[in-house]
Design a protein around this ligand. Structure first.
Ligand code: NDP
Length: 276
């Protein structure tokens, strides 16, 4: 067992379903205490009951809407607790749909959950982790962060969602570089289509009813979490669970470097042609 797998407390957002439920179950199996966060109290209680029945001790539920500033503050307070040495920012909603027709309130909610909450909780977690000399943050992004300008169909209409996941990737990579040399690890995991409830709604309200899987199918959430926890041990910052050749991630970094290196201190010639 390494220092990043020793039994401390893990706080998992979006633990009432899908990938978050799987993180919680697997981390409990590794001896961790858990704080389970989501809106659906009954789901969290059901998971907590299952875990306790399996002999897991130290399971807390924290019912919160991460889009609500007061709720977010309560979760941030818990994240900053001395015992929390793993934060999994997994909660996310999609707000999919044509941008020009999107409900502005829903888009605001997408930003609050996927960007504001993820950032605030990371900020709440890191200082204590640095002070205690151990800890890790896993941010769940998406392969759609890398879909760029690929047209919709079969991909969803996703401009804001993809933007939020691009944010999670950039925040995590940049913060990992800032914290290199400290004992705190950062990871961003970028699943492709995953078999959860994610596509059953846009995220304004929780999906009702029993736990189930959307019709689109996808990778089992178990595989996403297996990849993420393995990558945490090896220190891989960008974890793409289905990616066979990890060199593709290095190539991405090389292409970024080229854009920066090739950029001079004056407007490029093609922009100045015909300028007044
Ligand atoms: P699910 O819809 O199954 O789970 C989403 C989780 O987020 C639920 O537990 C939900 O709980 C929680 N959540 C949503 N809104 C809020 C909120 N306002 N406050 C607190 N919790 C909230 O989807 P997944 O498990 O698939 O999604 C997990 C992550 O994986 C997301 O970040 C998603 O973007 C990402 N992802 C998913 C993919 C997929 O194809 N499934 C692909 C790539 C990335 P509750 O409703 O009870 O609040």
């Amino acid at each position: 067992m390494t220092s990043h797998d020793a039994p401390g407390t893990a706080l998992v957002t979006g633990a009432s379903s899908g990938i978050g439920w799987e993180y919680a179950t697997r981390l409990a199996g590794r001896g961790r205490s858990l704080v389970l966060v989501a809106r659906r109290a009954e789901r969290l209680e059901a998971l907590a009951r299952d875990l306790r029945a399996d002999g897991v001790t130290g399971v807390e539920t924290l019912v919160a809407d991460l889009a609500d500033p007061d709720d977010l503050a309560r979760v941030a307070e818990r994240v900053s607790g001395d015992d929390v040495d793993l934060l999994v920012n997994n909660a996310g909603i999609n707000g999919y749909g044509p941008f020009a027709e999107a409900d502005a309130t829903l888009l605001d909610r997408v930003l609050r959950v996927n960007v504001v909450a993820l950032t605030a909780l990371t900020r709440a977690a890191v200082p204590g982790m640095l002070a205690r000399g151990r800890g890790a943050v896993i941010n769940v992004a998406s392969l759609l962060a890398f879909a760029g300008d690929l047209p919709p169909d079969p991909l969803p209409r996703r401009a804001v969602y993809a933007g939020t996941k691009g944010y999670a990737v950039t925040l995590t990579r940049t913060l990992a570089a800032e914290l290199a040399g400290t004992p705190v690890r950062l990871q961003v995991v970028c699943p492709g289509l995953t078999a959860t409830e994610f596509h059953l709604g846009a995220g304004a309200t929780p999906v009702s009813g029993e736990r189930r899987t959307h019709d689109e199918g996808g990778m089992p959430p178990e595989d996403v979490v297996t990849a993420s926890l393995a990558a945490l041990e090896t220190g891989e910052v960008v974890c793409v669970p289905g990616l066979t050749d990890p060199d593709a991630v290095s190539q991405l970094a090389s292409a970024e470097l080229e854009v920066r290196r090739g950029s001079g201190g004056r407007a490029a010639e093609r922009y100045r042609r015909g300028a007044a």
